[in-house]
Ligand binder design. Structure first.
Ligand code: ATP
Ligand code: MG
Length: 563
């Protein structure tokens, strides 16, 4: 198995099945150019699963010189909001994709109404006065056919008149529906006279109170694709049984023949992907909002410090599957780490400080040390850190009775302070409770990093901060949001599996240069992990979110087949 991204990239990339289809369609002349669409319902924020669909739709269009529309599938006025529309656009831009057109299914409400009239006039749709229960009771089961009801034989004239009545608000909500007249005995349940329109006295975020009837998603989706001349309509596997119905509409209405292709949804371990469930987490305050850094939403991941490059790389790596599976979140973390290793500047932050006093440091002397910002990126340059002989190191970097292979600090041992000097530990001072209060060391003046002539070899390098010239910052240590790998399939309420320890707030001591960081800026805190400045930070109180730990867990990555 390849062990790093470079090796992975070198692997020959074969075409995914969608690309194969597109290449054939271009070659055979079936399509002259490619037009795809990304069709979110604006009823929540985008999550990493949507990123998969975005990368696929925009990716194949880009690859073959085509274009991609952004279409908001806004046929359900009660769950849709402008806030969601705006967040979706923000996330798409953040990922770096630009759409050819911004459309809304609600732009097509007039056309869809016309389409419904066409079906009525062709004798292919009827007004049904049944209640939802009555409709369900005649629907049959997957193994037994459904039954026709009395409304199915209404005349075309009566259907047309009633449909206008529905549109004009003459009937109460739930009292009538418009249904396609297809086949109540079809083996495909979706073909058993599906509902086209329902009455809903709801205000729509774009059309206001113009309509009191709204098309069903299935009646809007395929036709919207056809209206826009979408060549390849890519969606997830749960829509396979809907394809027959979309094709029926397109065929009966004689519209542009968009073709639907399905791929497997992305499922990620230790989280959930359903917007309905994510909304519950937000509403019931299990998280701080849609952009809580623990959420699988793009806004949450962005706030946590994930880069768009890493997310795109991840989507690319997992490829396009035809069977459902659960992707190990550590693969995503691997991609995040890989990108941050190259792009994030290094800083020093001490989480659990113990004081070190350099006893031979000249009183009052302040040395300006030069620190490399990123050893992986020369262009990141250098920064200066003052050094005055009194500092903090991590408590765990010192041991009174160290085991043999402890290469950090202990009495009589030497270590290098990162970008500074080699120090030797001479003795320790304890308080009345026996806890270590100060560690006394001497430094080797000739060992200054960058001009070391001491000839001393040490095995350990420690990060540190000045005890006075440093700032206390809040660190949000995030962990997985759920305790179990696949909360969606566990018994009972998915919220029973929330990890109550997914956020641990601690105080740490940071080098002063972090005062200049900007919200969203990502850093590697040396030997600690990757962190990102949170938007709730204030001048006096900086908050950093842990993006991901330093440790590479590639070895644990697995693909769990649940298909
Ligand atoms: P959810 O179940 O989270 O509400 P949805 O499918 O209802 O998701 P839409 O807004 O309708 O959400 O999705 C927009 C597009 O993104 C659709 O084409 C859908 O198939 C795709 N998509 C949604 N979730 C995933 C996922 N987990 N993996 C891949 N594609 C997805
Ligand atoms: Mg949907």
């Amino acid at each position: 198995m390849p062990t790093n991204m470079e090796e992975l990239k070198k692997e020959e990339k074969s075409l995914n099945f969608i690309e194969e289809i597109i290449e054939q369609d271009l070659k055979s002349g079936k399509n002259k150019s490619i037009l795809t669409r990304f069709p979110p319902e604006p009823n929540g924020y985008l999550h990493i699963g949507h990123a998969k669909s975005i990368c696929l739709n925009f990716g194949v269009a880009q690859k073959y010189g085509g274009k991609t529309n952004l279409r908001f599938d806004d046929t359900n006025p009660s769950t849709e909001e402008v806030e969601y529309v705006e967040s979706i656009k923000t996330d798409l831009k953040w990922l770096g994709f630009s759409w050819a057109n911004e459309f809304y299914a609600s732009d097509y409400f007039d056309k869809l109404f016309e389409f419904a009239l066409i079906l009525i006039r062709k004798g292919l749709a009827y007004i049904d006065d049944s209640t939802a229960e009555e409709i369900a009771s005649l629907k049959g089961t997957p193994t037994s056919p459904g039954k026709n009801n009395v409304y199915r034989s209404r005349s075309i004239e009566e259907n047309e008149e009633l449909f206008f009545g529905m549109k004009n608000g003459e009937f109460p909500e739930g009292s009538k529906t418009l249904r396609a007249k297809i086949d109540m005995a079809s083996i495909n349940m979706h073909m058993r006279d599906p509902i086209l329109y329902r009455i809903k006295y709801a205000n729509h975020h774009r059309t206001g109170d113009k309509w009191c009837i709204y098309p069903m998603y299935d009646f809007a989706h395929g036709q919207s694709d056809a209206i826009e001349n979408i060549t390849h309509s890519i969606c997830t596997l749960e829509f396979v049984p809907h394809r027959e119905l979309y094709n029926w509409y397109i065929n009966k209405l004689e519209l542009f023949p968009s073709k639907q292709y399905e791929f497997a949804r992305l499922n990620l371990s230790y989280t959930i992907m359903s917007k309905r469930k994510l909304l519950q987490l937000v509403n019931e305050k299990h998280v701080a909002g849609w952009d809580d850094p623990r959420m699988p939403t793009l806004s949450g991941m962005r706030r946590r410090g994930y880069s768009s490059e890493a997310i795109i790389e991840f989507c690319d790596r997992i490829g396009i599957a035809k069977r459902e599976n659960l992707i190990d979140v550590s693969l995503l973390e691997f991609c995040v780490r890989e990108h941050l290793n190259k792009s994030a500047q290094r800083r020093m932050v001490v989480f659990d400080p113990v004081k070190v006093v350099i006893t031979n440091w000249p009183k009052g002397k302040i040395d300006a040390l030069t620190c490399e910002n990123n050893p992986e990126d020369e262009s990141a340059g250098f920064r200066e850190i003052p050094f005055n002989g009194e500092l903090f190191i991590e408590r765990e970097d010192f041991m009174e009775a160290p085991p043999k292979k402890f290469f950090r600090l202990a009495v009589g041992k030497q270590v290098r302070l990162k970008s500074a000097y080699i120090i030797t530990c001479n003795d320790i001072v304890k308080d009345s409770s026996g806890a270590i209060q100060e560690i006394h060391c001497t430094y080797v003046p000739e060992s200054r990093s960058g001009s070391d002539t001491s000839g001393i070899k040490v095995q350990g390098t420690l990060h540190w901060v000045n005890s006075e010239n440093s700032i206390a910052v809040q660190i949000n240590q995030y962990d997985r949001l759920f305790k179990v790998e696949n909360p969606s399939i566990e018994e009972g309420d998915f919220k029973n599996y929330i990890n109550s320890e997914s956020l641990n707030k601690v105080t740490a001591y940071a080098e002063l240069s972090l005062l200049n960081s900007e919200v969203g800026q990502r850093f590697q805190f040396l030997r600690k992990g990757y962190y990102c400045l949170d938007k709730d930070s204030e001048n006096k109180k900086l908050i950093f979110n842990r993006t991901v730990t330093l440790k590479d867990t590639w070895g644990q990555i697995s693909l769990i087949d649940i298909g």
